[in-house]
Design a protein. Sequence first.
Length: 264
Amino acid sequence: MRSLVRLAYVACAAIAASAPGAGAEKPKTSLAPVVQEQLGADRDAAAAQQRLNKLNDETREMLLQYRQYVSETKNLGDYAKQLTAQVESQKEEIGFIEQQLEEIEVTSREVTPLMLRMLETLERFVELDVPFQPDERRKRVESLRQMMGRADVSISEKYRRVLEAYQIETEYGRTLEAYEGRIGEGDEARTVRFLRLGRVALLYQTIDGKETGYWDANRKSWVVDDGYREAVMAGFDVADKKGAPDLLTVPVPSPMVAPQGDRS
């Protein structure tokens, strides 16, 4: 706009100078150099303005970047403080865990011998007990022995499973069970059906029902006695949920009297 005003001003001056009667006659001069010089000056001014605008844009962009860097630096500082606090907290937690591991190691040294003694007691109990489900019960004890040597099983899990085995054995004394199994050895071995009444009595009956017998705890042997045939069949019905619970006549071993020399 300034260039146009200047150009108009020069043009008006030229017109006024060339108007008739404007004054005394003056020598004729050319305005072209003046106009060209003014146009060049205007172009230089426009180019300078463009450079100035570009510098302003670059300055504004650099200012925005600077503010962004300042903000990021502050955020990084806050994050570094948070990480430092977390590291200190983790150090305390690691120290607590190390202390627990030391306590666990001490507990392991104390509890492991106890569990081994419990397994030995359980194994002897199974061998001396009424011989029901002998294979299943022996396998359970053997599985626990193998587990005790495994490093990938925690002390707490080992202890839990040993206690679980004791609970299973305890539960046997309160339940009624009927199951099939083998009786006898070698060529005399045969499949029969057993009836277990807690740990009070263990009876059997052949599959065809022709032979009935019971375990004599005092003699540690099987005794054939068909006098319990009806009672055993009634017990099978109760165990199979085919009949209502009822009183059953079963053989109960008489208490053994210790010799005089064994009494304390």
